[in-house]
Design a protein around this ligand. Structure first.
Ligand SMILES: NC(=O)c1ccc[n+]([C@@H]2O[C@H](COP(=O)([O-])OP(=O)(O)OC[C@H]3O[C@@H](n4cnc5c(N)ncnc54)[C@H](OP(=O)(O)O)[C@@H]3O)[C@@H](O)[C@H]2O)c1
Length: 325
């Protein structure tokens, strides 16, 4: 089974269902990517910050070497980390990431956050995370315009086929659209029934920007980080509405949550460290929920966000914020 694709405003086709690489362990990552390709996954959502791009590339290389796929069958995504927003740092870091993957272009390269942090030399620390020196978060000086212009240069040079953004709100996108020569192909956002972001999703759709949902299972992903907010939130998998709709369609709650997104044209990139769940998560376009079922799930919205950089100290303690220097 492979995923259906959606056409991006760049003209390229993107699978609607992919595999997310955040928190995929380094020691198992290459095998997981390889096995996911064998299971039918074609899109892999990576990032500098996930610290596993070399291993992801090894999994890809093995699948290509064994003739399971060709490079052009895959849709490989990576992200520009906050420490590399300066205009002159975008291309070098993109090239480093391509080297890590062992490929010569990304299908999609995304600005991970609309947050510029002070440059950290990859020779000093990589991936750098949120801090400049392992302790302090130090803002950088690049505007989003400077960064986006450099991102457009990646397309011109063939290093990225499409470029996108992540964690941007509507106001920031409106501003970006004033100067963008290339409209972002995708917007990746936290999106699950506790955070439906309907206004932003409609805004993106109206501007021909495909939305990709991350953390589609809400609190589940953040339990792995031992986040208190996630522990305090009832699991979506146990939600009676989600469970009863899942039972009606003889699907799991996870599949139901993913279908709720894909049926509305929203791409998904669930992560699983388990081969069975990974296979299950790909089978999320072969059944349809009714309009009232979609609405019932949307009705669970609480505007509850788990991945908020302002809460970064709850994920990765780094207490000191310094002014721009
Ligand atoms: N742009 C951004 O800022 C951003 C932020 C967060 C995430 N992302 C991307 O989005 C991807 C997905 O988001 P995510 O990693 O936060 O979380 P997610 O895919 O919503 O959830 C992952 C959690 O759900 C479990 N799980 C997966 N499939 C399951 C199933 N069928 N049944 C039951 N449990 C299941 C996983 O456990 P097991 O592994 O044990 O199966 C894991 O605990 C990331 O990997 C990353 O690529 C992007």
């Amino acid at each position: 089974m492979t995923s259906p694709t959606v056409k991006l405003n760049s003209g390229h086709q993107m699978p609607l269902v992919g595999f997310g690489l955040w928190k995929v362990n380094n020691d198992t990552c290459a095998d997981q990517v390889y096995n996911a390709i064998k299971s039918g996954y074609r899109l892999f959502d990576g990032a500098c910050d996930y610290g596993n791009e070399q291993e992801s590339g090894q999994g890809v290389a093995r699948a290509i070497k064994e003739g399971i796929v060709k490079r052009e069958d895959l849709f490989l995504v990576s992200k520009l980390w906050n420490s590399f927003h300066d205009g002159d740092k975008v291309e070098p870091i993109c090239k480093k990431q391509l080297d890590d993957w062992g490929i010569d272009y990304f299908d999609l390269y995304i600005v991970h956050f609309p947050i510029a942090l002070k440059y950290v030399d990859p020779k000093e620390r990589y991936p750098p995370g949120f801090t400049y020196d392992g302790e302090n978060i130090v803002p950088g000086k690049a505007s989003i315009q400077e960064t986006w212009t450099a991102m457009e240069g990646l397309v011109d040079k063939g290093l990225a086929k499409s470029i996108g953004i992540s964690n941007f709100n509507g106001q920031l996108i409106l501003d970006l659209l004033r100067y963008a020569k290339i409209v972002p192909a995708t917007l990746q956002i936290e999106h699950h029934p506790y955070l439906t972001q309907e206004g932003l999703v409609k805004f993106a759709k109206d501007h021909d920007i495909i939305v990709t949902a991350y953390s589609s299972f809400g609190p589940q992903s953040f339990l792995e980080l031992d986040m208190q907010q996630a522990k305090d939130t009832p699991l979506l998998f146990d939600n009676p509405t989600v469970k009863s709709i899942a039972d009606k369609h003889s699907k799991t709650p996870a599949q139901t949550l993913l279908r709720w997104a894909t049926q509305r044209g929203i791409a998904v990139i669930p992560k699983s460290n388990n081969q069975g769940r990974l296979a299950q998560n790909l089978d999320v376009t072969s059944f349809d929920l009714s309009t009232s079922e979609l609405d019932e799930i949307s009705g669970l919205n609480k505007n509850l966000r788990f991945n908020d950089p302002l809460n970064v100290s709850s994920i990765n303690p780094c207490p000191h914020m310094r002014g721009i220097d």
